[in-house]
Each structure stands twice: as C-alpha cells, then as structure tokens.
Design a protein around this ligand. Sequence first.
Ligand code: PEP
Ligand code: MN
Length: 333
Amino acid sequence: MIAVLKQGTTQTQTEHLIQWLKDRNLDVHISQGKEVTILGLIGDTSRVDMELLSSLDIVESVKRVSEPFKQVNRTFHPLDTVVEAGSAKIGGGHFAMIAGPCSVESEDQIIQVASAVKDAGATILRGGAFKPRTSPYAFQGMKDEGILLLLKAKAATGLPIVTEIMNISTLDLFADVDIIQVGARNMQNFDLLKELGKTKKPILLKRGLANTLQELLMSAEYILSEGNENVILCERGIRTFETYTRNTLDLSAVSVLQDLSHLPVIVDPSHATGKARLVPPMALAATAAGADGLMIEVHNNPSCALCDGAQSLTPEQFAELNQKVQQIREVVK
Ligand code: PEP
Ligand code: MN
C-alpha cells in the first residue's frame, strides 16, 4: 500500500503519520520527491483502514500495490534509482559501459584488457574470478587470486570493478569489489540474495536462464527487503527453442522492467547471443531501447580465451562499438 502526502505537509505531520503506521506493525519506506512525498507501507496492510487513512488532512491518496514486488515497484518509488559504484553512476540518465573479459586469466591479461577498455571509454571493468561452468572439467576461474588481480587492475586504471559471487562464504573477498554480480544461475539462490541484501554493496542481478521478469523482480525484492537498495537488473538472454544464438535477447525486458521498477536496467548482449558478430548490433539496439548500460565481454586475444572467446570482442572492436553507442545515446536521450 502507498500513501501519497499532500504538498505542504510538514516534517512533524509526516513523522506523526509514520509513527501511527509503525504502531500498526508496518514498516514505512519514504520516497521524497521534489514535489510529493510517498510513504510505502510494508507488512500486513490489512490492519490499516484505507478509508480512515485517505480521510486524513495530509493524505492526498491511498493505493494498494497489487503486484507481489513492493520495494522494487515504481509505484513505491517513482524516481529512478541511481546506483553509485566508485566513480561510476548507473540509472537516472547515467549510462554504465561495463567491459572486460569473461574470466580473469593472468595479471598481464587483465591489466592489458583493463587499460584498453578504459581508453576505449568503459566506465566499469568486469572479470570473472569465480566462474559457474556447465562442466566441472572446464576452467573454474582463478578464484581468490582472480579477485586480487582485478584489484590490481582497478588500482592501475581507476576503473570500478564488477565480479561474480557464487557462495556467500567468500563475501569477505569482495570487500574492495565495487559491484557484486549474481549470475543467471544464482538468480533464485534466495539465501545468497538475502545475505547480499544485508550489505550495502551494489548488486548486479542477472536474469535467470528461464525466469520471467516478475521472478527477476521478486529476486531483487529479496535484496531490497533486507535493506540494500543498490540493485542493478541485467537482461542477458533467455532460453527459447532457438539454438542459433546461445540465448534469445529479450529486448522488451528493458522497457517492461523500467515501467515496473525504479531500478537501473542494463543489457548483456555477449551472453545473450554467444557470437561476437552479433554483439555490436544487439548492443546498439539495447542502447536505442533505453537501457541504462551495457555489459560487454572483451578479450585481448579472443581465440585463446579460457572462457567465452566466441562471444568476446577485441579491444579495437569494443572501441568502435562504444563510439556508436555514444552516438545512439545522443539520439535517444
Ligand atoms: C558472466 O557474466 O560472467 C556470466 C556467467 O553470465 P550469466 O550469469 O549471465 O551466464
Ligand atoms: Mn562469459
């Protein structure tokens, strides 16, 4: 349930109302816009007499939020959320260009790619240290060492870093990581989401391989409901009957998620298509659709990559793509 307060409501009046709601065992989320204040009521709202609440002098209107996702709902929080990660901002008109290899492979590799993508205009560096692989015999990532190498690349370039967590027991290793990624395979690992919700770290939450947009929003709700509002949603392609591409990019997800939620929405065309040739056109399409950012896999030598070489751009291809992305942004902003 949300209560929109009348313009001119004083701080004291607002505080009295909040206390009155809290006395009814509700949590109150305050969304303070320039002109309106919206109180989002969380908990068992059946205890609240809607008629009574609506009739209060300072209340403009009262509405039940029918969707099961509450705190991620745009009704609760009409303004775009802007997530801050080091020097980068994402959402509310701030565009994130995240680039880097699928996996951290060596110090030389990550430092080279990091400087190349920075020079080409990336705002955030990606690189997997803990890798969720379909085969237990495939390269599983450099783990702790991979994170240390990412931190070296961050120190060398100044770029904030994003890397995936697979198990909450490794959380301490992420202390200096700017954005923690929850990969597609863990989108519904609810215990992991709840623990990440207790941190203040920005979380990049990728859509599961076969999950609906509502399920993605419910997973984000797990993080927000524990107190962490710094969530970035990521469309990365879903399973369909099509096998030519690795997944099927659901571009309409960008607009749907932006309508339903205030959280920033980015697109990963690399995992969505699985083919380097298809990454630039889909990246441009996502930008034109109004995405708040992109995540692009870039490798200095894609044919020798230990993971996802076929979908990785070279730094030169990435530089060319980023110029076009910036041109598209000018047109659609
Ligand atoms: C990744 O970004 O490294 C990754 C594994 O992606 P996804 O979880 O979307 O498959
Ligand atoms: Mn990958």
